[in-house]
Design a protein around this ligand. Sequence first.
Ligand SMILES: Cc1cc2nc3c(=O)[nH]c(=O)nc-3n(C[C@H](O)[C@H](O)[C@H](O)COP(=O)(O)OP(=O)(O)OC[C@H]3O[C@@H](n4cnc5c(N)ncnc54)[C@H](O)[C@@H]3O)c2cc1C
Length: 256
Amino acid sequence: MGALVRQALEKAGITVITGTEVDGLDHGPGGQVSAACLGGAEHAVDVVAVAVGVRPRVGLATGAGLPVGAHGGLVPDDTQRLADGVWAAGDCCEIWDRLLGQHWFTPLATHATKAGRVAGTNLGGGSARFAGSVGTAITRTGDADVARTGLLPTWAAKAGLDADVVTIDSTTTAGYMPQARPMTVQVVGERGTGRLLGGQLVGGSGTGKRVDILAMALWAGLTVGDVAAADLAYAPPFSSTLDPVQVACRKLAERL
Ligand SMILES: Cc1cc2nc3c(=O)[nH]c(=O)nc-3n(C[C@H](O)[C@H](O)[C@H](O)COP(=O)(O)OP(=O)(O)OC[C@H]3O[C@@H](n4cnc5c(N)ncnc54)[C@H](O)[C@@H]3O)c2cc1C
């Protein structure tokens, strides 16, 4: 799936260099960055974007004796309460992962807005609980939608689950429609139970939000067979007769 993302970047005219550390950045006479130095070569640049992730700044909390989780974030309970009179939500917090059964650090707006609402409701005297995450995320790279939910095959193995995986190539609409674009779907399921464990999608416009089919199925604890059998909408401008997500799940159900 990563190779498809790389292809999308290269199609957008971007040279992709991986497995190489950036040694430094050079600047011109005006002080403006002019080159990135890596692998013994200098690459002329107009702009440098440094994307190295984010980390909660928890000094205030630890100074007050509040605990920090295994991934470096605050760990409130499911009402977003950290201690008596102390509440937390958003990027400073770890999130309960419903599949792994443990807290995980996934700093995303989708969690921040829900957890913030829960904290606010409880602060105001109401009663609300944050239900956690199944690890759903989406982005666009060049002209490719890129989305994932649940466990990657490697994560499932690490979590001690007996997982199998199916990857299929299909199209975003019925293949004969002029707007059809390539789309690849990967689904992961558990041997024995047939339980859906995760999925990834990369493809043209219309691919990405299909991840929500898998996210809802994970949320409800469905099997890949359940997803393959579900009553999803079909007409040629939107999908093949059986949606590619269902085709992938059907093939995986047969193997499991
Ligand atoms: C470029 C970018 C793109 C993103 N795209 C997505 C996306 O597509 N989907 C998604 O789900 N998430 C996305 N995110 C992540 C998302 O923005 C964050 O998860 C979300 O904003 C976290 O909300 P928050 O309220 O915890 O923190 P923030 O939104 O960062 O809000 C914290 C606020 O606290 C203020 N603040 C900081 N220190 C102090 C202080 N000492 N006193 C008072 N105020 C202070 C800050 O100024 C800020 O306004 C993206 C993030 C970035 C940077």
